[in-house]
Design a protein around this ligand. Structure first.
Ligand code: ADP
Length: 159
């Protein structure tokens, strides 16, 4: 049987410990995992290439691919021959949003599958938005993001 690829798409602006927990668990469950930073949508705090680089530098022992994509996720699923998309669920709010996203994607691609992994309770309140807010006030980030992201913020603060 060929290796089964799953995609983990998102904004990752920036990558958080919550994202990395989902990624680590996906890597244990599937043969191949590719993290995909979405390049379309509203412009973020950091350019897509910087987000990709920070994910790569935060992987530690995790063996996965990291890339970015533009356009529709279903096209990326088709193009890469992925069997499913992995997403994290932190709350009922996430679920509502994810459910409609899945429905839209399913309508565009028959057989499209989303696999939801529940957030670990300690990361359920962690989001990139929260990280950006804390960082704006130069608050403590070590419990929210991996060391390379802490270092990236600190480098900006001292520039
Ligand atoms: P998007 O803008 O596509 O939601 P995000 O980078 O915010 O991109 O999130 C990507 C995925 O990771 C989403 O499925 C989101 O629910 C999930 N996620 C985000 N933060 C966490 C967390 N702390 N724990 C688990 N999953 C998370």
């Amino acid at each position: 049987m060929t290796d089964r690829l799953v995609l983990y798409p998102g904004s990752f602006d920036p990558v958080t410990l919550g994202h990395l927990d989902i990624l680590a668990r996906a890597c244990r469950l599937f043969d191949r995992v590719c993290v995909l930073v979405a390049a379309s949508g509203k412009p973020g705090m950091w350019p897509v290439a910087r987000r990709v680089e920070l994910i790569e530098r935060s992987l530690g022992d995790l063996r996965c691919e990291v890339d970015s994509f533009e356009g529709l996720l279903v096209d990326e699923v088709r193009r890469r021959g992925a069997v499913a998309v992995v997403r994290g669920l932190r709350s009922a709010g996430d679920y509502e949003h994810e459910w409609s996203l899945h429905g839209v994607n399913r309508r565009m691609l028959d057989g499209f599958e989303t696999l939801w992994l529940p957030a670990r309770p300690e990361f359920a309140a962690v989001s990139s938005t929260l990280v950006r807010d804390v960082a704006r006030h130069r608050g403590p980030l070590a419990d929210l993001v991996p060391p390379p992201v802490v270092a990236a913020f600190e480098a900006e603060w001292s520039a």
